[in-house]
Unconditional design. Structure first.
Length: 282
């Protein structure tokens, strides 16, 4: 345990932990994107995917706790390394350019600083994303969904309905959210690309001639993930999906269920606006 502790406390050990946790998170991000791309297939496919995820029960919570631990380790060790670099390099930790006899050029921040900035922005975006999509805490969306309480309604087979498609469409149909999610996807791709390259270099893979190919692979993966996530808000924004009919139907069904619970009696399905008028006798 002592040797392991010394390794984890060393500079190279911290880089390994940050890099490995980052690679595992990339795997999750890729899986998450694969599921979210079902949104292009419409409400039924996407909501069925959400229902299957929630049917995992405790396994889903275990997976979420594992992701939280991975993300916490990644952020903690990244912050730790940034502080160590800042302490050891001082102001030069933010300096990039070239020194000549006359001057020092400050053209950009150092790559590690860009990583810290993009990582911080991605962290803020992640919190926003969880508030929007995971916990449904935004109160400025269609009140029909009652802060997006997913359980409560059941389909013909008795499974709880999960209205994740409707939630995503409503949120991403607003200009601010569409822009933020698109920018967030681009910054995520930037962070993944530079992070993978930095980690491959830190663990010495360049010595074996693998640095170049792996760096290119990291860039390709980052671009694919960024474009994949960015395509979702862009699609929803330009598709102009109408949820008015579905929202009205859900409102009627929810009112019927609430009435049954209050009275203890079965209530006939409430008629909606889609009921066809009776034809004239003549």
């Amino acid at each position: 345990m002592g040797a392991l502790r010394r390794l984890l406390m060393s500079s190279i050990g911290k880089k390994y932990v940050m890099g490995l946790s980052g690679l595992l998170l990339i795997g999750f991000v890729a899986t998450h994107l694969a599921g979210n791309l079902l949104i292009f297939q419409g409400s039924a496919a996407y909501n069925d995917y959400a229902a299957k995820l929630h049917s995992l029960g405790p396994l889903l919570w275990i997976a979420e706790v594992g992701l939280l631990v991975l993300f916490g380790l990644h952020v903690l060790y990244a912050y730790w390394l940034v502080m160590e670099n800042r302490a050891s390099r001082g102001d030069e930790g933010y300096e990039i350019g070239y020194r000549s006899k006359q001057r020092t050029t400050y053209l950009n921040l150092a790559p590690r600083s860009w990583m810290a900035i993009s990582g911080t922005v991605v962290l803020v975006f992640l919190v926003w994303h969880l508030i929007d999509m995971r916990f449904g805490l935004r109160d400025n969306v269609d009140p029909t969904f009652e802060r997006y309480v997913d359980e409560g309604l059941e389909d013909e087979s008795g499974r709880p309905l999960f209205l994740r498609y409707e939630r995503a469409v409503q949120i991403l149909s607003t200009p601010l959210s569409a822009a933020l999610y698109t920018v967030g996807a681009i910054l995520l791709g930037f962070h993944l690309s530079h992070g993978a390259s930095s980690w491959f270099r830190s663990v010495g893979l360049e010595v074996y001639g693998l640095g170049g190919p792996l760096k290119k692979l990291g860039v390709v993966v980052a671009i694919v993930l960024a474009l994949g996530f960015a395509s979702i808000p862009i699609y929803i924004w330009f598709a102009d999906i109408d949820l008015s009919d579905l929202s009205a139907a859900e409102a009627r069904e929810r009112a019927r269920i609430v009435s049954e619970e209050a009275t203890g009696e079965s209530v006939q399905e409430m008629p909606g606006e889609d009921v066809a008028p009776e034809a004239d006798g003549d």
